[in-house]
Design a protein around this ligand. Structure first.
Ligand code: F6R
Length: 605
């Protein structure tokens, strides 16, 4: 995820910026750049060390803005690295996604403005410069600009001819002002600020801050003065990287609502029932001819693929197979030009998934990558792509990637459905519910103390069984995988209907069962399965829809999630499962973010 650090003050700006960029490295990035007023910009692809080398030759100053970029629009390159400018007077660094960038860009190009990058961000300095050329002051030009931007943006902006101030803007992408002796810092999180000061002011959405070395004033987008209380950062530098959480895994689970917002941002048309996915729209004809879908992935991505199968079959009415990529590539699969192969991968580098893509291409299938890491091998080799925009996942266990994958797959299912027989009203219903998920997920996260208590209680279990039906079956697999990989507790996931066909023999008093039983079309059946295991003496931990007294009567422990439509329960249900595994691992004193024997990216077979 991109990082911002900007500084104005008495210290050596170059050092503050470069050290700040290094403190932001943990967020993941592919390129970096900085602008120092009076000294100009420098940019470099790769580690901050590359930028540092270039900076050695550059004069210092007392105002500068800098950025680590995690590509979203446009490949990693110097041209796409920030800061961006229009005609050289305004320089800006941006985190987030500007949804209406293409229409703004068209308009600005029509007026003769020349763009140097493929980024959505570049419209910002152009718009500010245009307003200034029409007579606005620096600040007024910023106010004018932010009012036309749609999407999420955290911005730090410098004006070549105004070295006494810079401007920070927050809308949906966090920014903090550090109040140090002799200067002020603007940053995307507290990590690069802490080495200078612990006194900070967190901006809120809709804030514009005008920042000089010894003061800052905050306004609304309508230029009304706003007051924000200062705070003292209560944690150290390492913790700051984890957003103040003890582990990256918890930080990443807590990012779920934001991840959902980023997955759907700009992808729902204004009419509320059309899905806008550039990678699919540009292949409209080819996708209409598809008669079968095969989804390939590994581990958690494969389980998201099973959710995708159910989504696409029910919303688009196309036969779908979800396949473990390592099986697909070796089992002589039937893939034809009328097959759509969807490769699901957080890293975009998983060897088996990449090989499945290559095999599908050899056989003439159309390939679509749903990938989080921009510019990764799968993103490059597939015929079309959709990025998750979930930001880097540092913890080995996939958490936010899974949530994002289920949301993107819902969008894909709706898109394919719209090409076939799926009516507008059903599409609208799903999209409205999808848009409501982030807030519902926030409610689940606010209740994480309960999951922690239950997880502690079962943290010494020898084995656990996870059961669920229909959309909850892949979630049962995923819950079991999460538990085993981070807590090393043996766990099995099963379709609840399979109980009597074998696994029921395992169930006893010392064998807790996690039952996934939201109020969906198979709810009654799952309830019967819960009765079955309880009758064998097992403790049942049930994940249920809010207010479900019936399931609570059977279960020993109940975790509630808000109501949604059946096909969207996976995103919500994933969160308590992730939290349960996390807290069980913490209770066992394990290295949650780096489980033994595992790597984040599996680039070998
Ligand atoms: C589980 C986990 C793994 C990955 C799998 C695929 O928590 O992280 O099972 O999901 O290795 O990785 P990607 O999605 O990068 O292809």
């Amino acid at each position: 995820m991109c990082g911002i650090i900007a500084y104005i003050g008495k210290d050596r700006v170059k050092d503050v910026l470069l050290d700040g960029l290094e403190a932001l490295e943990y967020r993941g990035y592919d390129s970096a750049g900085l602008y120092i007023a009076g000294a100009g910009p420098i940019k470099a692809v790769g580690p901050v060390a590359n930028l540092r080398k270039k900076a050695a030759l550059m004069p210092d100053g007392n105002l500068g803005i800098a950025h680590t970029r995690w590509a979203t629009h446009g490949k990693p390159s110097e041209a796409n690295a920030h800061p961006h400018t229009g005609r050289g007077s305004i320089w800006a660094v941006h985190n987030g996604i500007i949804e209406n960038h293409s229409e703004l860009r068209q308009k600005l190009m029509g007026e003769g403005r020349v763009f140097a990058s493929e980024t959505d961000s570049e419209v910002v300095p152009h718009l500010i410069e245009r307003a200034m050329e029409r007579g606005a002051s620096f600040e007024d030009a910023v106010f004018e600009t932010v009012r036309v931007l749609k999407g999420a943006f955290g911005l730090a902006i410098a004006h070549r001819d105004a070295p006494d101030r810079m401007v920070a803007v927050r809308m949906g992408s966090p920014l903090v002002i550090g109040v140090a002796r002799g200067g002020r810092i603007i940053a995307s999180d507290a990590a690069p600020v802490i080495r200078h000061t612990r006194d900070v002011v967190y901006l809120k959405d809709g804030d514009v801050a005008i920042v000089s070395a010894d003061s800052h004033r905050i306004f609304s987008f309508l230029k009304e003065a706003v007051s924000r209380e200062g705070e003292t950062v209560p944690f150290g530098a390492e913790e700051a990287k984890r957003g103040g959480y003890e582990h990256f895994m918890l930080k990443e689970i807590m990012e779920g609502p934001e991840v959902l917002r980023n997955a759907i941002r700009g992808r729902i048309a204004k009419d509320g029932w059309r899905v806008k996915l550039g990678g699919l729209e540009s292949n409209d004809e080819r996708l209409r001819s598809i008669e079968r879908v095969v989804i390939a992935g590994c581990g958690t991505s494969y389980y998201a693929g099973v959710v995708g199968k159910y989504l696409i079959e029910s919303l688009a009415d196309i036969p779908v197979e979800a396949d473990i990529a390592s099986e697909l590539r070796y089992r002589e699969p039937i893939l034809t030009p009328k097959t759509l192969l969807i490769a699901l991968s957080q890293s975009g580098e998983t060897a088996d998934t990449l090989e499945a893509v290559r095999e599908a291409k050899r056989k003439g299938a159309f390939t679509l990558g749903i990938v989080n890491v921009v510019g990764s091998s799968i993103a490059r080799e597939t015929d079309a792509g959709i990025y998750n925009h979930a930001g880097p996942e540092v913890s080995v266990a996939s958490t936010k990637a899974f949530i994002s994958q289920t949301a993107v797959l819902a969008l894909v299912a709706l898109f394919l459905g719209s090409q076939r027989n799926l009516g507008a009203s059903r599409r609208k219903e799903v999209l409205e519910e999808l848009s409501a998920l982030p807030e519902k997920m926030e409610r689940i996260l606010a209740n994480r103390g309960l999951v922690e208590r239950i997880a502690k209680r079962y943290a010494e279990s020898g084995s656990m069984l996870y059961i669920g039906r229909k959309y909850m079956m892949p979630l049962a697999y995923e819950g079991a995988l999460k538990l085993k990989e981070v807590s090393y507790i043996h766990a099995e996931g099963y379709g609840a209907g399979e109980l009597k066909h074998g696994p029921l023999a395992l169930v006893s008093e010392s064998f807790p069962v996690f039952a996934l039983a939201p109020r969906d079309s198979v709810y009654e059946k799952t309830l019967s399965n819960m009765e079955e295991v309880r009758a064998r003496g097992a403790d049942v931990i049930a994940l249920v829809t809010e207010g479900d007294a019936e399931a609570s009567r059977i279960a020993k422990e109940t975790i509630e999630i808000p109501e949604t439509i059946e096909c969207l329960y996976p995103a919500l249900a994933a969160v308590p499962l992730q939290l349960f595994a996390y807290y069980a691992a913490v209770a066992r004193g394990l290295n949650v973010d780096r489980p033994r024997n595992l790597a984040k990216s599996v680039t070998v077979e």
